[in-house]
Design a protein. Structure first.
Ligand code: C2E
Ligand code: CA
Ligand code: CA
Ligand code: CA
Length: 273
């Protein structure tokens, strides 16, 4: 029994060792990738449901790895957050995205995701202001998407968010319904838009509870004068249910997948999709 216990321990230690080594190698890779310019942004449009017009695009980061090909953000953002690399990576995303968006028609907005780790960093207000100044993008064209965790974050993060909002940038509450946010925070924070998590959207046609939740969120958002976007819309059926529930904006594969900037046919003026 003792031997078996020891054996188990050794296997466990070796397993841990491997994980640690992997993470360390990835961390070095991440830093080098940023220096070598291996990250790129893909853009996915969001649409006004009533008019069918494209309102803007969300920037989504990818890692063009020389050996492994295109790596999705879920595979490196968590480590970038743990190691703090998200701070310079996030700054690059902001600068790149603002520089791209300034070439679009003026009615097109830009949405950029902001990690809670970036928001905790003391330079975040200056990073956002700097990206706007360097690109010449109007602050009112920029939306920053944060998740519910920012509402549990400290007073400093909330102050930064208020300061960014005061510059004219819109703050969007992303992945709504997945976290632990208390509804009272909604009124406290300067959110101008809520994004319903795609988990609810996927369940819409089959789950009556999801419909009830989406209706409730939509009612709440309109009472608080916030726009409401449904993400992960893949079918016309989902879109029709969302529209009936009073959802104003939508985003998802039904309209378009995220694409590199060069592959997007940018309308001269907002146009129907
Ligand atoms: P998110 O902000 O919730 O972004 C939406 C995700 O849903 C994107 O995945 C998008 O490609 C995907 N998506 C869009 N439409 C559909 C659909 O119809 N069906 C399905 N199944 N998926 C859809 P992606 O690009 O892999 O990004 C994953 C997450 O990584 C993002 O979730 C965001 O939390 C994070 N992320 C991406 N870019 C950045 C960034 O620049 N900075 C930070 N901090 N996080 C980022
Ligand atoms: Ca987002
Ligand atoms: Ca989301
Ligand atoms: Ca998400």
């Amino acid at each position: 029994a003792k031997a078996a216990g020891r054996g188990t321990l050794i296997v466990f230690e070796q397993g841990m060792d491997m994980v640690v080594q992997d993470q360390h190698a990835l961390e070095i890779d991440l830093r080098r990738a940023l220096q070598r310019g291996e990250f790129e942004l893909h853009y996915q449009p969001f649409i006004n449901i009533a008019s069918g017009l494209v309102c803007g695009f969300e920037a989504l980061v990818r890692w063009r790895h020389p050996q492994q090909g295109l790596i999705p953000p879920d595979r490196f953002i968590p480590l970038a957050e743990e190691t703090g690399i998200i701070v310079p990576l996030g700054a690059w995303v902001l600068e790149r995205a603002c520089a791209d968006a300034v070439t679009w028609p003026v009615e097109m907005r830009l949405a950029v995701n902001l990690s809670p780790v970036q928001l905790r960093h003391c330079g975040i207000v200056e990073t956002v202001g700097g990206a706007l100044r360097a690109s010449g993008l109007l602050a009112t064209r920029l939306e920053l998407e944060v998740t519910e965790t920012v509402m549990l974050a400290g007073a400093d993060s909330r102050k930064s968010l208020q300061a960014i909002g005061a510059m004219g940038v819109s703050i969007v509450l992303d992945d709504f319904g997945t976290g632990y946010a208390s509804l009272s925070y909604l009124a406290e924070m300067p959110f101008s838009k809520i994004k319903i998590d795609r988990g609810f959207v996927a369940d819409l046609p089959t789950h009556h509870t999801s419909r009830a939740i989406v209706s409730a969120i939509t009612n709440l958002a309109s009472a608080l004068h916030m726009e409401i976007t449904a993400e992960g819309v893949e079918t016309e059926e989902q879109l029709m249910i969302l529209k009936a529930a009073g959802c104003t904006h939508a985003q998802g594969y039904y309209f378009a997948r995220p694409r590199p900037i060069g592959d997007i046919e940018m309308p001269r003026q907002a146009k129907k999709v």
